[in-house]
Design a protein around this ligand. Structure first.
Ligand SMILES: [Zn+2]
Ligand SMILES: [Zn+2]
Length: 334
């Protein structure tokens, strides 16, 4: 099969993904093989490619927002049906036995595997995954629209949940890429007022189109104090600015898997019971709950399609803030 393979981590400007032939994977016990139709491009892919996350597998095929069709079942697999549409996300597997798994916090599992990082992902014509970890995608979403729901959407949803935001509340979003453009739609559905802080003018425009009350530069002060804020941009210097925008008791959620160092800041910024917390991965329950809400709204994703062989170009565009919404790879079998 064809795939975009990362042989060794390197800056995306050097176009490190090689479009090449690799062996077709075989589904093992409890797994299924899917023919990939679309795979969303996520900032985490950039972190993997540029080794901001320590390499777990090399070479590796990135990609963890996969929409595909089940083509083959491994031994003992019985949940998936051949021909069924499935979604495959970041959390590839967990041990199911550690204290976190037992406590319903499988997102914090001690021995997880991650799609497109510790196992091969969806920048390919085919992918294998445990059938217990694939999602059913609500029927109203076309394949390409569904892809960004699987990480940007689910993680944005978990961030919203952990922010504790309530109907009528005021929420700040820092960075307005794929996750924020989905998260704002959920927040508006919950009757939350959204204030978007982002450096790119196109992203500010998209935020206003999607119902933000205000959009401004990353370090511009929002016109009101916020009940909660979510930082999606991987830039630690945003943290003090976002804290300064919170009301007393406000919650700041850091939504990225990687962030540059957070500069020191005066205690006053966090005093008065302000809270900072990170979000790590998601549970399958988060994913199922999000997809149900997404279908109810119904949520719309803005996608820009690239052919699989142009994954490097899509990732360069993402790094340069040139994608309003989400980049998605289209995979056509040659
Ligand atoms: Zn575990
Ligand atoms: Zn992701």
């Amino acid at each position: 099969m064809k795939a975009c393979v990362l042989k060794s981590p390197a800056p995306i400007e050097t176009n490190p993904l090689a479009y090449m032939d690799v062996p077709l994977p075989n589904p093992g016990r409890g797994e299924m093989l899917a023919r990939v139709r679309y795979c969303g491009v996520c900032r985490t892919d950039l972190h993997v490619i540029e080794a901001e996350l320590p390499p777990r597998r090399s070479p590796v095929i990135p990609g963890h927002q996969v929409v595909g069709v089940v083509e083959k079942l491994g031994a003992g697999s019985q949940k998936c049906q051949i021909g069924e549409r499935v979604g495959i996300a970041w959390l590839h597997n967990t041990d199911g036995t550690c204290e976190y798994c037992h406590a319903g916090a499988e997102n914090l599992c001690d021995n997880p595997t991650f799609t497109g990082y510790s196992v091969d992902g969806g920048y390919a014509e085919y992918i294998v995954a445990p059938e217990d970890f694939v999602y059913t995608i609500p029927s109203q979403f076309p394949d390409e629209q569904a892809a960004p729901l699987l990480c940007a959407g689910i993680i944005g949803f978990r961030c919203l949940r952990l922010s504790g935001i309530k109907p009528g509340g005021k929420l700040g979003l820092y960075g307005f890429g794929a996750a924020a453009h989905v998260g704002i739609q959920v927040a508006r559905h919950w009757d939350v007022d959204v204030y978007a802080s982002t450096r790119d003018a196109r992203h500010q425009k998209l935020a206003l189109e999607l119902g933000a009350k205000w959009a401004g530069g990353t370090f511009a002060e929002p016109p009101t104090k916020l009940d909660a804020a979510i930082v999606f941009a991987p830039a630690g210097e945003i943290v003090p600015a976002a804290l300064a925008a919170l009301r007393k008791g406000g919650v700041l959620v850091l939504g990225g898997i990687h962030m540059s160092p957070i500069p020191s800041f005066p205690y006053d910024l966090i005093y008065q019971e302000r809270v900072i917390r990170s979000v790590a991965n998601n549970t399958r329950q988060d994913g199922q709950d999000f997809l149900r809400v997404a279908a109810e709204i119904p949520l719309r994703t803005h996608v820009q399609l690239f052919p699989l062989k142009e994954a490097n170009r899509a990732l360069n565009a993402l790094k340069n803030d040139a994608i309003p919404g989400a980049a998605v790879l289209e995979i056509e079998i040659e």
